[in-house]
Design a protein around this ligand. Structure first.
Ligand code: 4NP
Length: 152
């Protein structure tokens, strides 16, 4: 089993969408059983909350449903339980490296490194913007999920 954790700040917009995009594409290609996937946030503000309505709507438009997700915060056990911890932006990446125990077995990477053709290394935070930002974030999540699936 390959174990991937998708991480953003709040775990209500980008990382639940990235997890959902990966689940959707892995399922479509008949490979869902090969993976353990989850998402989490570096922050604690939204623990227990469902995804932001705007992220849920943009995911539904793209063909997948993330409504059952509940936000959780990254914990130290994640650095041993997962093979890859995939950060949505540079701040998430820096925060994860700062948190990582010295003997962590998970590798921390930027999620967009799996979709270099998109020309961006981050999925920028859509939380304070309009719905267009969510549509763009989900496009990037799908591109990265496709690249990740191809790489593994
Ligand atoms: P996310 O978006 O990191 O993609 O889940 C955010 C959600 C909430 C906040 C920031 C970003 N916040 O500041 O509450």
């Amino acid at each position: 089993m390959k174990k991937f954790l998708f991480v953003c700040l709040g775990n209500i917009c980008r990382s639940p969408a990235a997890e959902g995009a990966f689940r959707y594409l892995a399922d479509k290609s008949g490979r869902l059983g090969e993976f353990v996937i989850d998402s989490a946030g570096t922050g604690d503000w939204h623990i227990g909350c469902p995804p932001d309505e705007r992220s849920q709507a943009a995911c539904l438009d793209a063909g997948f449903n993330i409504s059952s997700h509940r936000a959780r915060q990254v914990d130290l056990g994640d650095f041993y339980a997962f093979d890859l911890i995939l950060a949505c932006d540079q701040q998430n990446y820096n925060d994860l490296l700062r948190m990582a125990p010295p003997d962590a077995t998970a590798r921390v990477e930027l999620l967009m490194s799996y979709a270099k053709d998109q020309g961006v290394m981050a999925i920028s935070d859509p939380y304070y913007g309009g719905s267009r930002g969510f549509t763009r974030a989900i496009e990037l999540c799908l591109a990265a999920a496709q690249g990740l699936l191809k790489a593994y």
